[in-house]
Design a protein around this ligand. Structure first.
Ligand code: NAD
Length: 483
């Protein structure tokens, strides 16, 4: 495939290409241009040139164009979900959900973008008007990881476009194909330069967007390490940054939790997308008295999950994205075992010829000295730790540098209230882990990021604020010179 710059399908100026592979089969699906800093600069120039006219397009017209994009995605729903399954690996139903959430998010921002443009606060004196105006920034650089390549991109480009910005997208090198098809099938009616996609590595293309003086706002989702790099690289330019970063989400099982439902909720929270979700449950706290029965039920449930290529209808858990990612998970398990943890099920590479599969693992006997309880594992592991009091469970949940999400299973209102008041995380899920609601904000506390996506906050992220003070009558004021 080619990439999309200034309304044209183009190759890289370097002529280079990079392969995109299926993580379930390791087969090459296609190639995309290996974009360079020059390609990124070309896209920024196109987006900058398109901005003045795009900014003046009425909010109603922008809403029509966004609704049209969502409708076209609906028309190609199956093709998009299938291609996403082939390049990203997770099971088809999870990709169908990703496309569904994405096009609904576009419809949501189409409406939100035409609803409000600021506010009118009371002015300090008679005959005066104060206007708080929301204005776009210009060119928004949008950089996304491979794990939810369409959803996380739409969380950026739908509000950015609705707010009147133009966008330059750098998809993850591992998953650019569905992004290119989505733009080809659903965003071709936007004026040239308003939407641009530059494929290529983050260090070549993403980094150019980050440092480019004509890109005043960067919306990034990815690791905390790259987020820190972006913050450092842009400090001199005072760029506006939205950083959605890593996590180490806790799941607390309360002593009143119904065992069966809590086991099902936990298996889903930890293993959806093979545990490769920023808000995957990565550590679990279970009342000491419940732990033996709970861990046995969980291990039995997890052992029954069917591993396979995401495209197969019988698959519950797909492959991981790559060999290095899988090796890191195995290291975390080995580190835990070397310090006294016990694996109840999984943790092995299954006997298949191809694909980055790993059997989902359940561990007990873990504690906070182990990497599996401190560092982002980003794979199919469920480490269970015993706690004695709810105070202790909350302290353990907060004992992390991250603050993305946190889950609780309980019907005890006092515990629920304490949990959402005291746990430091951007999203708290009670009895319904990992559900998204595009009308509510999503983002991290602590090292999990800066800013919020979704909701009105997600639109505000792509606006800067201007205060206009207007004295309509004019005239000389008594507080002017002379004193
Ligand atoms: P990553 O940080 O390695 O890469 C993310 C993106 O940044 C990729 O597109 C990459 O090409 C680009 N990039 C790399 N170097 C760059 C640079 N110097 N300048 C600009 N861009 C650069 O992350 P990943 O491995 O692709 O994704 C997994 C990580 O993403 C995990 O840490 C996960 O928690 C996080 N994540 C966070 C959220 C969230 O909403 N908070 C959602 C999904 C994933």
């Amino acid at each position: 495939m080619k990439m999309w710059i200034d309304g044209q399908w183009v190759d890289s100026v370097s002529g280079g290409v990079m392969p995109v592979t299926n993580p379930a089969t390791q087969e090459v699906l296609d190639t995309v241009p290996a974009g360079t800093p020059e390609d990124a600069a070309r896209a920024v120039a196109a987006a900058r040139a398109a901005y003045p006219a795009w900014r003046r397009v009425s909010a109603v017209e922008r809403a029509h164009m966004l609704h049209a994009a969502a409708a076209k995605m609906r028309d190609r729903f199956d093709d998009l979900a299938r291609l996403l399954t082939l390049e990203e690996g997770k099971p088809l139903p999870e990709n169908e959900e990703e496309i569904d959430w994405s096009l609904n998010t576009i419809d949501y921002y189409a409406e939100l973008g035409r609803h409000v443009r600021g506010r009118v606060p009371p002015s300090p004196g008679e005959g005066q008007l104060s206007l708080v105006l929301k204005e776009p920034y210009g060119v928004a650089g949008c950089i996304v990881p491979w794990n939810y390549p369409i959803l996380l991109l739409v969380w950026k480009i739908a509000p950015a476009l609705a707010a009147g910005n133009t966008v330059v997208i750098n998809p993850a090198s591992l998953t650019p194909l569905t992004t290119l098809r989505m733009v080809e099938w659903a965003f071709d009616h936007f004026p040239p330069g308003v939407v641009n996609v530059v494929t290529g590595s983050g260090s070549a293309v993403g980094d150019t967007l980050v440092r480019h003086p004509d890109v005043p706002v960067i919306a990034f989702t990815g690791s905390t390490a790259v987020g820190q790099h972006i913050a450092r690289a842009t400090a001199g330019q005072m760029k506006h940054l939205h950083l959605e970063l890593g996590g180490k989400d806790p799941f607390v099982i309360a002593d009143d939790a119904p065992l069966d439902a809590a086991v099902e909720a936990l298996a889903y929270a930890a293993l959806i997308n093979t545990g490769q979700v920023c808000t995957s449950t990565e550590r679990v706290y279970v009342p000491r008295a419940m732990l033996p029965q709970f861990s046995e039920a969980l291990a039995e449930r997890v052992a029954r999950l069917r591993l396979g290529p995401g495209i197969e209808p019988t698959t519950d858990v797909g492959p991981m994205i790559g060999a290095a990612d899988r090796a890191k998970v195995i290291e975390h398990i080995a580190d835990a075992v070397s310090k006294g943890a016990r694996v109840l099920t999984g943790g092995q590479i299954p006997d298949v010829e191809k694909g980055f599969f790993l059997e989902p693992a359940v561990l007990v006997g873990v504690d906070h000295t182990m990497r599996i309880m401190r560092e982002e594992t980003f794979g199919p592991t469920i480490p269970l730790m015993a706690y004695d009091t709810f105070d202790e469970a909350i302290a353990l949940a907060n004992d992390t540098e991250y603050g993305l999400g946190a889950c609780l299973y309980s019907h005890d209102a006092r515990k629920v209230r304490r949990f959402y008041e005291e746990v430091q995380a951007g999203t708290i899920w009670i009895n319904d882990p990992l559900t998204d609601n595009y009308a509510g904000p999503f983002g991290g506390m602590k090292m999990s990021g800066i800013g919020r996506e979704l909701g009105i906050e997600g639109l505000e992220a792509f606006w800067q604020t201007k205060h206009v003070h207007w004295d309509i009558e004019g005239g000389v004021k008594e507080w002017w010179y002379p004193y």
